[in-house]
Design a binder for this molecule. Structure first.
Ligand code: NAP
Length: 339
């Protein structure tokens, strides 16, 4: 999968409603040269993540919007091709926030070296990277889940949700989740540590489905979806319940913000705490989490799934597919093989 030119994916136009293939363009450029202090890297794996949809809108947020005409940014795992930075040499493997492209030039200080070890390299974009950290920070630091808690997770079979279930079990919780197909619900129970789960697409009453999955109620809600399922989970919260508000993917492709959820009075009556968080605000937990996660992976207490698309030109479709739920576990795009 070695390329002679640098193929890149740019934002061609801002989506209104659902993002589509024509919001992206493919361009080709000569492979860039690094200047002093920089490295040229060949990107091996690239991450597509839900937050990227928000960056396609021209709105002020915790991270600047993508610019129309510019190469999109993504978390990548890459191999150094040429180094003019003292800290890295040809062949080194690194991770960082670079482009939707085959080759990137970057300041050597902006990437972090990774080693190929027992875990696949792509895990640095998933369970050992941002999504895994999100699961850990949200569950243990934001919601402060503790032994005996009843945890409910939405988008439970995805990159973040599949880790939350397993971490909840490791921390002595009972955990249930919702996902968008019967196959995914089976995986929740067989692979991702969940005690119970249901398919929200075929549920007749989301409130009753949460109740059946969490018969004692919900102490900790790890919310990834928003909308109706968030409302259904709120109705099932126990007194002094905590909500880690991680994402609202059901809203990301809507032209207008969704009203609700209803039942906000519950927050008072049941003395709930609802706390939104952004994982990048919590770097201090990174080393602790990665050290623990590597240990749990080695012991077989953590497992991970990936859905891998191939080739930079297929990155836009992989991104759209992930937003539509075609992924199980982490959606990755493989751009090249390691030399
Ligand atoms: N706060 C933070 O710092 C932070 C960091 C990372 C991620 N997040 C958030 O965490 C959530 C999960 O992210 P991820 O990277 O792990 O993605 P993911 O779960 O791997 O992929 C997205 C999943 O969302 C589900 N989904 C899409 N539309 C939905 C809808 N209308 N209703 C219900 N489910 C829907 C789909 O699964 P189904 O088949 O089950 O529908 C899809 O597979 C997102 O909301 C994301 O924005 C937040």
């Amino acid at each position: 999968m070695s390329q002679a030119v640098n193929k890149q994916i740019r934002l061609a136009s801002r989506p209104t409603g659902w993002v589509a293939a024509n919001n992206f363009s493919v361009t080709e450029e000569a492979i860039p040269k690094p200047a002093d202090g920089q490295v040229l890297v060949r990107n091996i794996f690239m991450s597509v993540d839900p937050y990227m949809r928000g960056r396609m809108n021209d709105v002020k947020s915790y991270i600047p919007p993508f610019q129309v005409g510019a190469v999109l940014q993504a978390g990548v795992v890459s191999q150094v091709v040429e180094s003019k930075y003292d800290g890295l040499k040809e062949g080194d493997l690194v991770t960082g926030m670079l482009g939707w492209e085959n080759y990137s030039v970057t300041d050597g200080r902006l990437v972090r070296q990774v080693r190929s070890g027992p875990a696949p390299l792509s895990y640095h974009l998933g369970i050992l990277g941002m999504p895994g950290m999100t699961a850990y920070v949200g569950l243990t630091k934001i919601a402060e889940a503790k032994k005996g808690d009843n945890v409910f997770v939405t988008a439970a079979s995805g990159a973040v949700g599949s880790v939350v279930g397993q971490l909840a079990r490791i921390h002595g919780c009972r955990v249930a989740g919702s996902a968008g197909s019967d196959e995914k619900v089976s995986l929740l129970k067989s692979d991702f540590g969940y005690n119970a789960g249901f398919n929200y697409k075929t549920s007749k009453s989301l409130t009753e489905s949460v109740q059946e999955a969490c018969p004692k109620g919900v102490d900790v809600l790890f919310e990834n979806v928003g909308g109706d399922i968030f409302e259904a989970a709120l109705w099932n919260m126990r007194d002094y319940g905590r909500v880690a508000l991680c994402g609202m993917i059901s809203n990301y492709n809507m032209e207008d913000p969704q009203p609700g959820p209803r039942g906000m009075m519950l927050i008072i009556g049941r003395r709930l705490t609802i706390r939104g968080f952004i994982v990048s605000d919590h770097p201090k937990w990174c080393d602790e989490y990665v050290r623990k996660a590597i240990g749990w992976l080695k012991e077989g207490r953590l497992t991970y799934r990936e859905t891998i698309a191939e080739g930079i030109e297929n990155a836009p479709q992989a991104f759209i597919d992930m937003l539509k739920g075609k992924n199980t576990g982490k959606q990755i795009v493989q751009l090249a093989d390691i030399d």
